[in-house]
Write a protein that binds this ligand. Structure first.
Ligand code: SF4
Length: 284
């Protein structure tokens, strides 16, 4: 069960994405998957390269579209464990519509966002996760917009698994990904993954000074949605750990009428040439 391949990542030395890659590889092995039982789908951005760095099925999709592809993969082959991944620009800007609908659909996919609060691949522009006042080439006077709060957004959209981690907390991050994979429904894991090249504000030291671990908050109950929201608001979203999990709500697959026991990818659909000829005729 070796999820490493021989492709050398071309991320900058020190990029937080290295730890996310390691955590996905470890978590996949820890839950007992074989490489051919895992599909990693990514979007565009530095983080998007991750699908090529893991020994599994991989699909490097287009900007903001990792989730539609990942959901399609899961629907066609329910036997695969599907991880979607991308950056904060990918998932919370161009891909935000897909993120919200995947959350409310509760389809059995784990979505890991590498949140570095900037666009790294295009050399450092303000992203939807950048704080107000954040200065980059795209906002030289400082951003006048408010940053998106992805965890609060997920809770509001009806998420059944909401977690957040920091890329250097490899043990905690690995455990959360394991929980996300095992969760029966959609799991969103936002990972603070510093961009050491372009983001000189939200650095490793900045996160260390500002993050609070939920396990250090006495009485925190991850099954209590109201407490989850209040805690996020109190700490301005800067918490790590399992924020909320609902184990009662059924997944999309469980509720889907007629969802086949046999994965579509393996079903004998008995489609002959006449079937395709008829289809072409209908479209002509
Ligand atoms: Fe990582 Fe930033 Fe380098 Fe991209 S530009 S690889 S996000 S450090």
């Amino acid at each position: 069960k070796d999820f490493r391949n021989n492709v050398k990542p071309n991320w900058c030395p020190g990029c937080g994405d290295f730890s996310v890659q390691a955590a996905i590889q470890r978590a996949s092995a820890n839950v007992g998957l074989e490489p051919e039982e895992l599909a990693v789908v990514s979007g565009i951005g530095c983080s998007g390269r991750i699908s090529g760095y893991i020994n599994s099925y991989g699909f490097h999709g287009i900007h903001g579209r990792s989730l539609p592809i990942a959901q399609g993969v899961k629907m066609a082959n329910k036997d695969l464990t599907v991880i979607a991944s991308g950056g904060d620009g990918d998932g919370f800007a161009i891909g935000m519509g897909h993120t919200i609908h995947a959350i409310r659909r509760n389809i059995n996919v784990t979505y890991i966002v590498m949140d570095n609060q900037i666009y790294g691949l295009t050399k450092g522009q303000t992203s939807p996760r950048s704080s107000t006042g954040f200065k980059t080439k795209s906002t030289p006077e400082g951003s006048i917009e408010q940053a998106i709060s992805p965890m609060e957004m997920a809770l509001t959209a009806g998420a059944t698994f909401v977690a957040q981690s920091f890329s250097t907390d490899l043990k905690d991050l690995t455990a959360l990904i394991e929980q996300g994979i095992q969760h029966d429904g959609f799991s969103l894991i936002n990972v603070f993954s510093p961009c050491v090249t372009y983001n000189k504000i939200n650095t490793y030291d900045w996160f260390k000074a500002n993050l609070t671990k939920l396990k250090d908050i006495e009485g925190y109950d991850s099954s209590n949605r109201e407490q989850a929201m209040q805690t996020l608001m109190k700490h301005e979203g800067l918490v790590t750990g399992l924020i909320y999990q609902d184990t009662e709500r059924k997944s999309y697959q469980e509720m889907l009428h007629g969802y086949s026991e046999t994965p579509l990818a393996k079903a004998d659909l008995n489609l002959d040439q006449a079937y395709f000829d008829k289809l072409v005729e209908e479209f002509m």
